[in-house]
Design a protein around this ligand. Sequence first.
Ligand SMILES: Nc1ncnc2c1ncn2[C@@H]1O[C@H](COP(=O)(O)OP(=O)(O)OP(=O)(O)O)[C@@H](O)[C@H]1O
Length: 489
Amino acid sequence: MPAEVSRTIIRLDGVEKHFGAVRALDGVDFAVAEGECIGLVGHNGAGKSTLMHMIAGTLSLSGGRITVGDTVEDSYSILRAQQRGIRCVFQELSLCPNLSVAENTRVSHAALRGFGWRHRAATLISAKLDEIFPGHDISASDIVSDLSIGRRQMVEIARAFTVTDEPLDLVILDEPTSSLDAQTAGQLLAFVRRFVTGGKSCILISHILGEVLGNTDRIVVMRDGKVVVTDAAKSFNRIRLVAAMGSVEPRQKAAAAAAIVRTTSLERVRARPERQTDGEELVAREGEIIGLAGLAGHGQTDLLLAIYRAAERRRPGISVTAPVALVAGDRQSDGIFPQWSIAANIGIRSLNRLRSGLLISPRREADLAQDWQKKIKIRTPDMTNNILSLSGGNQQKALFARALGSDAKIVLMDDPMRGVDIGTKLEVYDLVREEAQKGRTFLWYTTETDELDNCDHVYVFHNGRIVANLARSELTEERIIHSSFSEAG
Ligand SMILES: Nc1ncnc2c1ncn2[C@@H]1O[C@H](COP(=O)(O)OP(=O)(O)OP(=O)(O)O)[C@@H](O)[C@H]1O
């Protein structure tokens, strides 16, 4: 990026944001130049999303100053940001579920009105989906609630890049690849490079450090509400980046390689996907960590949910022999109870243990919550705060605590590490392996190939069927991708 000649799109000076006692932003200076892609990284709760809310105008400042172009903005707002060509794709998706993809496009473009607006909206969004995600199978007439979370994320991203009568200079992408499989994420990152090469700007927030190192021009590291390091992306490697975030150096490969001794072959789950016709089944035993892999939306989540339901009520083709807990991947729609405290959200799966007589003991609930707050570092001053006061990654940690803190012998994980920072991820991997050693069974769907290193063996899915069963020694990215495109017999 030729910094001296580039126009500054937006500048923040000494920006503060307080939520009660929490200083989410504590004097942040930050600027975006024309034609650059900035990578923004930091631990869960570091303040990344809050900073993006400032730039997108969705939250007001507690202190400091915002300048867009040459204008100091005194009453900056979401409307003003849009007029100045600034858009944001937030972590929590904002599409209206009961509307179609085209109708959702109309919602963010007032210019799409009058006769034939529906057709114009459909053409606009379809063209952008084709440009960013060639080969996608989303129709403009699809109703959003019928789409998988990954496809919803694709629509939300494509919509942010559509242009009618308002300018478009800067797009903020807050963990945009969290629900996308590796191939779709690659399409998006390639598009982002084309976008910035064309003179536009992007801010990319991601916990997948390879994405940031490989696709951005400049990296900004946040820690506890402050910007602690800003430098050219090429001056970082993984070790420097992880150190700047204040986390430990990744060691999962070595740890995962540690021999896992199985003492029993007690079968816990046996499940055949509905569309499986060749007799192949998923089998999970006591103390095993079983991976589910393949392109997103190819039946992995469906099978986990079927197993979850089978624990309640018999289903053909599935046998489950012990209590089950689920860590949902889509925390917005089936994970958290938004009206409840963090502690209540964690305790809900352990009510029997928390009961004192007929009532839930607040003391026991608080103890359980505190114990897990320490174990996986849920960043909050008070576990009785509402769950929505947590950053996205910390909400995800609370869902982990709910499942691991329960008495379930079988834990189903539906791509649960999305949005969890690298330091915590490694601790959770250790925890999962420890729990497996003690006899728990894990079924773990993940879109991050690295995570499969923690598994004893991995079932690869394609078109709703198991197409390969790979032992840990056979696991390579190429092998998984190759299997992902093959057909079951
Ligand atoms: N509405 C709110 N009420 C109270 N506290 C909040 C609210 N929103 C954010 N916070 C707090 O502000 C801090 C920064 O949160 P933020 O969401 O910006 O973090 P983040 O870096 O985006 O984290 P993650 O990687 O988990 O998404 C956290 O301590 C969070 O709990």
